[in-house]
Design a binder for this molecule. Structure first.
Ligand SMILES: Cc1cc2nc3c(=O)[nH]c(=O)nc-3n(C[C@H](O)[C@H](O)[C@H](O)COP(=O)(O)O)c2cc1C
Length: 191
């Protein structure tokens, strides 16, 4: 059986704990994660999750399954459609990144990998976080939805009666991981 590969982009929106949990879940379920973090994504990872260095140890995952790509390296494997993978998740996804991808701008590796994921007809999950959203954001999200992306706003539900922040993070991370076909045992499903 070939190992599944998922590209994870982290951009500069609030919600770093969601990205950490998504990466942990994917790797726990044996997925090879190809991680790209924007400059502001790195800042938010530090400010919200105390991650100072992009490495398996800081994400608390198996290093065999975490491949880290430099956001400035547009020659990285994930920049090419010939790199076969099973989908890309941007979590959290800033309005800036939504706008860039919706406009076909590919100045960074996160943006290029997302554009390639769309052109190759693969799953692209955008876990957008901003509130309120402007009309421009709404138009950009609609453009991306029509182009085949799945918009998964970072808005956890309360019907599972969360008790802790970790419960809320798990709810959203579980939903996102479901969207790339990795089925887990977290309590995110009604009934
Ligand atoms: C503390 C902090 C929190 C931010 N939160 C958000 C956010 O939730 N959503 C958003 O769209 N932008 C947010 N931003 C602004 C983005 O980081 C900024 O627009 C940046 O250009 C995004 O770049 P990127 O998409 O390349 O990561 C935040 C910035 C800071 C410093």
């Amino acid at each position: 059986m070939t190992t599944k590969k998922i590209v994870v982009g982290i951009t500069g929106a609030s919600g770093a704990p969601y990205s950490v949990r998504v990466i942990q879940l994917l790797i726990e379920y044996g997925v090879e994660v190809h991680l790209v973090v924007s400059t502001m994504g790195r800042r938010l990872l530090f400010e919200e999750s105390n991650i100072t260095t992009l490495c398996a140890e800081h994400f608390k995952v198996d290093e065999q399954l975490l491949v880290i790509h430099n956001d400035k390296n547009l020659g990285s494997s994930v920049a090419s459609g010939s790199f076969l993978h099973d989908g890309m998740i941007i979590v959290p996804c800033s309005s800036n990144s939504v706008g860039a991808v919706a406009s076909g701008i590919t100045n960074t590796l996160v943006q290029r990998a997302a554009a390639v994921t769309l052109k190759e007809g693969r799953k692209l999950i955008l876990a957008h976080r901003e509130t309120p959203v402007s009309g421009i954001d709404v138009e950009n999200l609609a453009t991306l939805s029509r182009a085949g992306a799945t918009i998964a706003p970072l808005s956890p539900g309360f019907y599972m009666q969360p008790k802790t922040i970790d419960d809320l993070v798990d709810f959203m991370a579980g939903k996102i991981v479901d969207l790339v076909g990795i089925h887990h045992d977290l309590p995110v499903r009604w009934c």
